[in-house]
Ligand binder design. Structure first.
Ligand code: HEC
Length: 115
């Protein structure tokens, strides 16, 4: 449960500040059981597993830094994926289409709420 509320609310405030959708789910504890009833989360998870998980295992740090412990705005994730940085390669639209990348962002936000 550590940092659940704080991180979640910071992410939410950031999302709202940027004019993005922010669904504040605070009704039930999510830790340990990621809610994949949302098809975007489920699909995002699948794409993530194929394209990102080897370096950011389960959203944690691996070759790359962890992604589940900080409020990363969607546009920043998009930018990082498209342009790459350091040891992270740029991943093109042919490999991960925009719609898939959007779902990855939704998945990462769900992961963060969950952690
Ligand atoms: C080959 C390994 C590799 C793959 C595959 C990879 N990443 Fe990364 N990622 C990295 C590394 C290494 C960094 C750190 C880059 C740096 O700061 O020099 C990073 C950084 C990031 C960051 C910035 C994190 C921060 O703290 O600022 C985001 C966001 C990110 N990756 C998302 C993704 C997503 C989403 C995918 C899948 C579409 C992905 N990465 C696939 C290696 C990878």
């Amino acid at each position: 449960m550590k940092r659940f509320n704080r991180t979640g609310m910071t992410a939410c405030a950031l999302a709202l500040g940027l004019g993005m959708a922010c669904s504040g789910r605070r009704s039930e504890p999510l830790r340990g059981s990621l809610d994949i009833s949302d098809p975007k989360v489920a699909h995002g998870q699948t794409v993530y597993m194929n394209r990102c998980d080897k370096c950011h295992p389960g959203g944690d740090a691996g070759l790359g830094p962890s992604l589940n412990n900080k409020p990363l705005p969607g546009f920043l994730i998009d930018f990082q994926v498209r342009h790459g940085l350091g040891a992270m390669p740029a991943i093109t639209d042919e490999v991960v289409p925009k719609a898939d990348l959007d779902d990855i962002v939704v998945y990462l936000k769900a992961l963060r709420r969950n952690g």
